[in-house]
Design a protein around this ligand. Structure first.
Ligand SMILES: Nc1ncnc2c1ncn2[C@@H]1O[C@H](COP(=O)(O)OP(=O)(O)OP(=O)(O)O)[C@@H](O)[C@H]1O
Ligand SMILES: [Mg+2]
Length: 232
C-alpha cells in the first residue's frame, strides 16, 4: 500500500467566537497518498483556502489531528513547524505574495538560503525552474514590473525551489492564459507522478481537472469526493 503524505483526522476550523462563530470546516477527514494530485473545488467562501492553509500548517485547526508522513503536525513546536514548512511543503498562495524588494531569481534563492543551501546547486535549480516556467528573461526584474501571470509563475517556481514532498497551490492558474495554465498544471502532475510527491490544488478551472487523480468538493464545511471530472 502507498504511504500517506497528508492525513487529516476529524478536523474542524471555526473563526471568531460566541455569536459570530463561523464553522468553516466541520469534522473533515482526508488521506492523500504519495503520487496523488488532488483538486479542491467549491463555491467562493466555502473554505478552500482555509483548508489549504491548515493542510500546509500555516493555520491550526480548532479540533482534530493532522499527520504529514509519520509526523503529527498538530503536536509540533513552532520551531519544528517552521522547519517542516521550509523543507517539505511548497505553497503557492492565492495572491502571489512575492517579496517586493527582491528580484525574481532572488525570490527563489532566498528559499534555498533559508534552508541552508548555498553555492552553484541552488542557482542552477533556480535558473532551470525559471526556464521551465518561461521566466528566464525576467530573472532580474522586481515583482512590481511583472504582469499578474508572471508573478504567479514566480510564486510557482518559488514553491518548487525546496523540492517539497507536498505542494499546495491556491488557484495557481487564475492569472494565466489557458495554454500556460495547462503547462503549469501538467508540470505539477508530472512532478507528483515521477517523484512520488503529492499536490493539492484549489481551482475554479474545470479544464484542469482531467490532470488530477481526485476531486474534492467543499461546501457547507463538508468534503465530498468526485472521481470523474465530467460529473461536475
Ligand atoms: N481569519 C478569518 N477570520 C474570520 N473569518 C474568516 C477568516 N478567514 C476566512 N474566514 C471566513 O471563512 C470562510 C472561508 O474562507 P476561505 O478563504 O477559506 O474561502 P475560499 O473557499 O477560499 O473562497 P474563495 O474561492 O473566494 O477564495 C469565509 O466565509 C471567510 O469569510
Ligand atoms: Mg480562496
Amino acid at each position: 500500500m502507498k504511504s500517506s503524505k497528508l492525513l487529516l483526522d476529524q478536523v474542524s476550523k471555526e473563526f471568531g467566537d460566541g455569536d459570530t462563530t463561523v464553522n468553516v470546516l466541520d469534522n473533515i477527514s482526508l488521506d492523500i497518498k504519495s503520487g496523488e494530485f488532488v483538486a479542491v473545488v467549491g463555491p467562493s467562501g466555502s473554505g478552500k483556502s482555509t483548508f489549504l492553509s491548515i493542510a500546509g500548517a500555516l493555520l491550526s485547526p480548532t479540533r482534530g489531528r493532522i499527520w504529514m508522513g509519520d509526523q503529527e503536525v498538530t503536536r509540533l513546536s513552532a520551531k519544528k513547524l517552521n522547519a517542516l514548512r521550509l523543507n517539505h511543503i511548497g505553497f503557492v498562495f492565492q495572491s502571489s505574495n512575492l517579496i517586493p524588494y527582491l528580484a525574481v531569481r532572488d525570490q527563489l534563492l532566498l528559499i534555498a538560503k533559508l534552508a541552508g543551501q548555498h553555492g552553484q546547486e541552488p542557482q542552477q535549480r533556480a535558473d532551470d525552474l525559471l526556464h521551465r516556467l518561461g521566466l528566464s528573461h525576467r530573472r532580474f526584474h522586481y515583482p512590481e514590473s511583472l504582469s499578474g501571470g508572471e508573478r504567479q509563475r514566480v510564486a510557482i517556481a518559488r514553491a518548487w525551489m525546496n523540492n517539497p514532498e507536498l505542494i499546495l497551490a491556491d488557484e495557481p492558474t487564475a492569472s494565466l492564459d489557458s495554454e500556460r495554465g495547462r503547462t503549469v498544471v501538467q508540470m505539477l502532475a508530472d512532478e507528483v507522478k515521477l517523484r512520488q510527491k503529492a499536490a493539492v490544488m484549489v481551482t475554479h478551472d474545470k479544464r484542469m481537472l482531467d490532470l488530477c487523480d481526485r476531486i474534492i468538493y467543499i461546501e457547507d464545511g463538508k468534503l465530498s469526493e468526485q472521481r470523474s471530472p465530467t460529473l461536475l
